[in-house]
Design a protein around this ligand. Sequence first.
Ligand code: UDP
Ligand code: MG
Length: 341
Amino acid sequence: MRSGLISKGIAGQWEARPLPVFDVSVVVPVRDEVESLPYLLEAIASTLKNHRLSYEIICVDDGSTDGSAQYLKEQAQIRDDLKAVILRRNYGQTAAMAAGFYYACGKAVVTLDADLQNDPADIPLLLAKLEEGYDLVSGWRQRRHDAALTRLLPSKIANWLIRRITSVYIHDYGCSLKAYRAELVADMNLYGELHRFLPALAYIEGARITEIPVRHHARRFGQSKYGLSRTFRVLMDLLTIAFMKKFLTRPMHVFGLFGLISMLSGGVLGIYLTWVKFAFHEDIGNRPLLILAVLLLVTGVQLFCFGLLAELLMRTYHESQGRPIYRVREVVTKKQLQTNS
Ligand code: UDP
Ligand code: MG
């Protein structure tokens, strides 16, 4: 939707934006990475200059306390190729990336970590793959340099689960090094820790997705900002994605179905109990079955109402933001072909 003319604003409204002026915008979320930054900026700049690409680097400082923000501000005043976006506090990697996307003016957007674990020398490879007609190219860290038990194992399981649930078959969801077409980035809304699921969100938006192997290095400075605790958050986000993928535009299909099943089973049990009471004059007041019947009936009605509310919310979501429920890749008419030729 953006294609340089319009783009989604911070609050979700559509607003005028400048045409893409760079071949690529490199978006880097930064939290406490001051030692890495000089090497990182240099590595990105030299690679992209060598490939004669016009570029900008957007470093988003996510509430650093080690002087990263100060360093970025100083550098942004000296360098032509750096935009420093300083967030007011620490919002998390997802929000930092979303802020970077908002300020990006490139035809393509590449994201990578600030800690030198991703190799900027891989950026041209990703861009070349985008040129082949993909909307998203994801990096695949075939030889990862992270702790085996706390990082590699959970990551293997998470990748397997995400692949199964989202049906986007890439190996390495956690790799930050990814390249996107600008239009795609403008279409995606990020919440929670959803940056890990960008390929899945992109898939929901109808994007063509692929992956290529990229290099990965051990952290040279500082420490990882994540531990095992992120597994839980990833799982919760995965549930959201699974639901969105299937039922974003038709929540009643899931809530309605479960509501109906619940109400019907409650109803059948209720009728059976009534029959027992009147045909055999049995006392049904102390039967667990009665509680179950009532519970099923009430739950069923609630699920049904929930589905209706979700339908209303979904309509508000799409209509208030002017988001159509489909995405058009291109429109071809005879007239257009003639004018183009
Ligand atoms: N990061 C961030 N905000 C946070 C946590 C991390 O901007 O709250 C940045 C961090 O500076 C790095 C990237 O996100 O550039 C990935 O973080 P990290 O290297 O700690 O994660 P890992 O590579 O260990 O998964
Ligand atoms: Mg890292």
